[in-house]
Design a protein. Structure first.
Length: 131
């Protein structure tokens, strides 16, 4: 059996998620790091600066449940000024989530994650995106 044809639709979608792969292949070539301490419920935020001034963030729920966890990251944790305005894009869903100021929160299932791209839309010293 061909290995690729034996993969589930979910696995193929993960492997072919262009916007997620673009984070890995970003020209800045900076490794992502955990930017929040691990919470008792298993919530964590990881971040990676991207070329052009955006930041990729993974909101991770290492908890076993039951139910989804509310996982947040602040702009300060992402290396952005707390009062900055930014657009947030869900990289798995390939969907704009709209503007946000100061932080972002996602409802994340147990052992799951949300992955977003946070793009500043206000002038930030050294990080202007031209947006």
């Amino acid at each position: 059996m061909d290995v690729v044809s034996g993969l589930s639709a979910d696995t193929l979608a993960t492997l072919a998620a262009e916007e997620v792969l673009a984070v890995n292949q970003d020209a800045l070539a900076v490794q992502g790091i955990r930017v929040s301490p691990a919470a008792p419920d298993g919530a964590e935020c990881w971040a990676k600066p991207l070329a052009g001034g955006a930041v990729a963030a993974v909101l991770l729920n290492r908890g076993a449940g039951p139910g989804n966890a509310s996982v947040s990251c602040t702009w300060t944790q992402l290396g952005l000024p707390q009062g900055a305005t930014a657009t947030v894009r869900d990289l798995w869903a390939r969907a704009e989530l709209g503007p946000a100021t100061g932080s972002f929160t996602a409802s994340v299932p147990p052992h799951g994650c949300a992955m977003v791209r946070v793009t500043p839309t206000t002038w930030l010293p050294g990080r202007h995106t031209g947006a």
